[in-house]
Design a protein. Structure first.
Length: 109
């Protein structure tokens, strides 16, 4: 399972979670910075990523691209290490998306 961290999240998450999700990428570091939500979600779907974002706009976009798997961290005004902890606590749930299609998950702190 690999994650694509939206540009709203720190690229440090790639390093902080590499033990669980070693093939993950950051939109800020792979040429998708300022590419727009649609392009980022298209990239995630085409390349087998689960998109991780704090942007609730992806809920509406998910309806347009229903095969994509998206995780939205709600009210994510907390530090990167806390975001990493939230994702770690939900790692099994996120990893289960490998066998799914079109799932939208909301996670709270």
């Amino acid at each position: 399972m690999k994650l694509l961290f939206d540009e709203s999240l720190s690229p440090k998450l790639v390093l902080l979670l590499r033990d669980l999700f070693p093939e993950s990428e950051s939109a800020l570091l792979n040429g998708l910075a300022r590419a727009g939500d649609r392009r980022i979600l298209d990239y995630a779907l085409a390349n087998g990523f689960v998109l991780i974002s704090t942007d609730s706009d992806f809920e509406g976009l998910h309806r347009q691209i229903p095969k994509a798997n998206v995780v939205i961290l709600r009210s994510c005004d907390y530090p990167t290490d806390v975001a990493a902890d939230v994702l770690r606590r939900n790692a099994i749930r996120i990893a289960a998306l490998a066998d799914s299609e079109g799932v939208l998950i909301f996670l709270d702190r």
